[in-house]
Ligand binder design. Structure first.
Ligand code: FES
Length: 137
């Protein structure tokens, strides 16, 4: 999608768009997902879950400032939370935490929430299949 001018973003949304937190792939992780939204932008999330807690998390996106802000905020909200809780993070929670994002970019928060959920689900499924393998031994 065509990039908006992130200089017009204010407050928390502007800070996260210009200086995203937890940006860049994790080399060591146990959950990952990549989703392309209806706008054509793609987001990746990686999680490193230890003892059920999202200890490390990161994201990348080829989308513009709003998707950067949403990925960044989603990662901040999920970090340190139980994996199931991080997976349940909703679009509206990301938008509320960002404070002000132009309405036409609210779907970016949905892409972030969906990708985060898929990465957490990937971790949970890996854990289940690992336990299945152990039971078969
Ligand atoms: Fe594509 Fe927001 S413009 S995710």
């Amino acid at each position: 999608m065509e990039c908006e001018d992130i200089e017009t973003f204010t407050g928390t949304a502007g800070e996260h768009a210009r200086n995203p937190h937890n940006h860049g792939p994790l080399s060591d992780f146990n959950g990952h997902a990549r989703i392309t939204g209806p706008c054509g932008d793609t987001m990746d999330f990686w999680v490193d879950v230890r003892n059920g807690i999202v200890e490390r998390i990161s994201f990348v996106t080829d989308g513009c400032g709003s998707s950067m802000a949403c990925g960044s905020m989603a990662s901040c909200l999920a970090k340190g939370k139980p994996c199931e809780e991080a997976a349940a993070l909703q679009q509206q929670e990301i938008l509320a935490a960002l404070g002000c994002l132009p309405g036409e970019f609210e779907h970016c928060a949905l892409l972030a929430a969906n990708t985060l959920k898929a990465a957490c689900t990937d971790y949970l499924e890996r854990r289940i299949s690992l336990n299945d393998d152990k039971r078969k031994e």
